[in-house]
Design a binder for this molecule. Structure first.
Ligand SMILES: Nc1ncnc2c1ncn2[C@@H]1O[C@H](COP(=O)(O)OP(=O)(O)OP(=O)(O)O)[C@@H](O)[C@H]1O
Ligand SMILES: [Mg+2]
Length: 378
């Protein structure tokens, strides 16, 4: 029987655990024309949530488009992806797509082809002159509203890892986006990202073009009362019983991070399905030990990139927790030196998302990495 715990890529359909409240709230807000910034740490399930949300909105008659900014490296490329996904929201057949593109983006001489999966692709005349890149920008940024008006339907346009465009050379695209999007009455924008502080600044800094453009929402872990029954039902398929107590221990060993929860359950299933009928707390420790070995190459690479002091700070947090990292006995006990050097190291670790700050406590973001660090420094 196939392992029912999925990790590593987007989950959908029956592999997607409810997130009922988040889906309802996001659908309501977007359907009502509210723009949203959706922030969460890595691997909390943003992309899966967005794609599930868009499916749902599509089935209710909205036009929907999904742009992953992580895959693009220049403004022109991002604009081309926006044009393609927005037009494909309305037309999937090549001839019709071409006609629609001709109507709405005629000046950019659109061309339609097909990709390896047989899906129609759209390319535009990107040109190299400043005039042609300005024309590209102006036409494409006006497109979402023009399409929504033409089809007389609301368009929901989602950008994943939106903050990545900040890395592109030249700063003008962000400003141009804002100045177009703010006039769009029939489009709801969703901007999601996992570099939380960057995206948050984009939405809330007074000098930022997208200042106060939309509501800022944080995506938390999947609530235990939703996730636990989901996991239990899957273990049952392999005739594996799991008590409420052990389920709580699994969730807590993974810090409730959806990816790590699925990863841990996947390993438990591999170890135990067909061999026993009950999962115990001891099994959790064994499963984590195997995962730590599997992921050791990634952890070594991450470790290699850190300064000696950053490593010391991580070791201290792995051993003693991250609640009082600036207290003088903590600094002395772990030989961390000055308050300000710890501050500098933590700032960098937070920026790299190796450490998160949760309710005032510094925490190593990946519980398996924490385990790896802990076993090395014991
Ligand atoms: N609603 C969910 N139900 C079950 N598992 C989930 C859910 N959301 C996320 N996961 C688990 O987390 C993994 C990562 O999900 P996803 O790629 O959507 O997260 P993300 O926040 O977009 O991650 P990244 O930061 O890498 O972009 C999935 O492969 C799955 O194992
Ligand atoms: Mg993602």
């Amino acid at each position: 029987m196939e392992n029912p715990f999925k990790f590593g890529s987007v989950v959908s359909g029956e592999d997607f655990a409810d997130r009922r409240r988040e889906l309802a709230e996001l659908s309501r807000e977007l359907a009502g024309g509210q723009h949203i910034f959706l922030l969460s740490p890595r691997r909390y399930g943003k992309t899966s949530l967005i794609l599930t949300l868009l499916d749902r909105l599509r089935s209710r008659g909205r036009l929907v488009a999904y742009v992953d900014a992580f895959r693009t490296t220049t403004s022109a490329q991002l604009l081309e992806v926006i044009a393609q996904t927005v037009l494909r929201a309305a037309e999937s057949r090549p001839e019709r797509l071409l006609r629609l593109a001709g109507d709405l983006l005629g000046r950019l001489r659109p061309h339609v082809g097909t990709d390896s999966a047989g899906k129609p692709t759209l390319s535009l005349d990107l040109g190299a002159s400043p005039r042609s890149s300005l024309a590209l920008q102006e036409e494409v940024l006006a497109l979402p509203e023009r399409l929504a008006q033409k089809r007389k339907r609301r368009l929901v346009l989602a950008f994943d890892e939106f903050q990545e465009m900040k890395r592109f050379p030249g700063a003008s695209l962000e400003k141009a986006m804002r100045s177009h999007f703010q006039h769009h009455r029939h489009v709801s924008y969703l901007f999601a990202g996992s570099r939380q502080s960057v995206l948050q600044d984009m939405a809330t800094r007074e000098r930022s073009p997208f200042y106060k453009f939309g509501r800022v929402m944080s995506l938390g872990p999947i609530p235990q009362e939703e996730f636990a029954p989901f996991l239990e039902a899957r273990f049952k398929r392999g005739r594996l019983g799991v008590s409420a107590h052990v389920l709580a221990a699994i969730l807590s060993a993974a810090d409730d991070v959806p990816y790590n929860v699925q990863r841990l359950c996947h390993q438990l299933w591999d170890m135990l399905a067909g061999k026993t009928d009950r999962i115990t707390e001891k099994d959790i420790g064994r499963a984590i030990a195997i995962i730590v070995v599997q992921d050791a190459p990634y952890f070594s690479t991450a470790w290699d990139r850190l300064s000696l002091h950053q490593r010391q700070v991580l070791q201290a947090i792995a051993r003693a927790g991250g609640r009082n990292v600036f207290a003088s006995d903590f600094l002395t006990a772990h030989r961390l030196g000055s308050h300000s050097s710890v501050q500098t190291s933590l700032r960098q670790l937070l920026k790299e998302q190796i450490v998160l700050k949760v309710n005032g406590e510094y925490r190593i973001a990946d519980s398996f990495f924490r385990e790896w660090i802990g076993t090395r420094s014991a």
